[in-house]
Design a protein around this ligand. Structure first.
Ligand code: PMH
Length: 373
């Protein structure tokens, strides 16, 4: 993917916000519980390497990613000592590569162990117990015991961790969460020897539930300053600082007259004389067509999208004429107003995670500290 450094559309990531979110999280955790920063999917669109560096500076002790390549990229960038856990499936044929780079992989099916051909150094495994997410993981106590026995009997493997993932931790009703936690405790009790890392928490869990029995939390969305859900926003233990802003500059400003149309399908028709601006950002950048009807900000004032969002451009209606080059804020603070990923998520009928993950690599990420570049 070619990044658009020569176009006035950019993402600003405030690394100080990421550090603050991590430090505040650390304060509510037991001293013996470490934060592993979840930096998969290009750090939820924020930029993996820069976020990983900031997270490490703020005290994160390890990293979680989704795929082996993300782990390899972290190692290649110089994160050589920290534990890195691949949360998704790794192919058995890539086990030796993971082992060689001391990358920990998720074991969710004991038969996977038999497919591993050879490793020069022991492969670090985190056994995933499916306690009710229904995604990856062993489900029965027999499988847990079987996996533990196979690992203990084979010098190619080392059981480094055991974990689970909650389906409803971002909801106030804890009934399903409690059931999952109970199943996890029972599963862990089947292990003849406790591994070094026992972990259950994503952001919501780590923010709302005591972690005394666990020594790692997998801190993702709230490290970026976003709430795991709207439902628990009012019960979070500290204020989250959103790290990402998305901005562009008007490339053309024009006056429409009654009856003039805008964009593909000519779906928008001006009813009066009105000013519009063309912005150099579109669905190929992650501003998908469903943004239609949403408003961005100019000087704290709302400017609605008019007509269809195009691949590389979209058009907004202005309250008055503005000079070409005026900044438009799509996410983040503009004068006294702000647009949060949460608001966009509501408009798109999705979640804030998806809003930032959708921002494509075509948009350059610029890093700043405490609002300064
Ligand atoms: N652990 C696992 C196994 C995950 O899949 C995720 C996020 C996290 C931790 C971090 O969660 P948080 O961002 O809520 O803190 N995974 C996903 C997912 O698969 N879809 O959305 C978020």
């Amino acid at each position: 993917m070619v990044t658009g450094w020569h176009r006035d559309t950019w993402i600003e990531v405030d690394l100080a916000c990421i550090r603050t979110n991590i430090k505040n999280e650390q304060k509510i955790l037991p001293k013996t519980t470490d934060i592993w920063a979840v930096v998969k999917a290009n750090a939820y669109g924020h930029g993996m390497l820069e976020v990983a560096k900031a997270a490490k500076e703020a005290g994160a002790k390890g990293f979680c990613v989704a795929i082996l390549d993300e782990a390899l990229a972290l190692r290649a960038a110089g994160f050589s000592e920290e534990p890195i856990l691949v949360l998704g499936a790794v192919r058995a044929k890539d086990a030796s590569l993971a082992a060689e780079k001391r990358i920990s992989v998720t074991l969710f099916d004991p038969s996977w162990l038999e497919q591993v051909t050879e490793t020069d150094v022991p492969l670090r495994l985190h056994l995933k117990i499916d306690t009710g997410m229904g995604r990856l993981g062993v489900r029965s106590q027999e499988e847990i015991k079987q996996a533990a026995e196979k690992i203990a009997a084979d010098p190619r493997f080392e059981l480094e961790g055991v974990f689970t993932h909650f389906a409803t931790a971002d909801q106030k009703d804890t009934a399903y969460y409690d059931t999952q936690l109970q199943r996890f405790r029972e599963g862990v009790a089947c292990l003849p020897k406790k591994p070094a890392y026992i972990h259950v928490a994503n952001s919501a869990t780590s923010l709302l539930h005591d972690q005394a029995d666990f020594n790692v939390v997998r801190f993702g969305v709230s490290m970026y300053g976003m709430s795991p859900s709207d439902e628990i926003k009012d019960i979070l233990p500290f204020e989250l600082k959103p790290a990402l802003s998305l901005k562009t500059r008007m490339v053309q400003v024009k006056e429409l007259h009654p009856g003039d149309h805008v964009s593909y399908g000519a779906t928008y028709e001006a009813k009066a004389n009105e000013w519009v601006a063309t912005l150099p950002i579109g669905y190929a950048d992650g501003i998908i067509r469903h943004y239609s009807g949403f408003s961005f900000l100019v000087d704290g004032q709302k400017v609605p999208i008019v007509g269809r969002v195009c691949m590389d451009q979209l058009i907004v209606r202005l309250p008055r004429e503005y000079p070409v080059g005026t900044v438009v804020t799509l996410i983040g603070q503009s004068a006294e107003q702000a647009i949060l990923a949460d608001e966009i998520a509501r408009h798109l009928d999705t979640i804030n995670y998806e809003v930032t993950c959708l921002l494509s690599d075509r948009v350059p990420r610029i890093y700043k500290e405490n609002n300064h570049f």
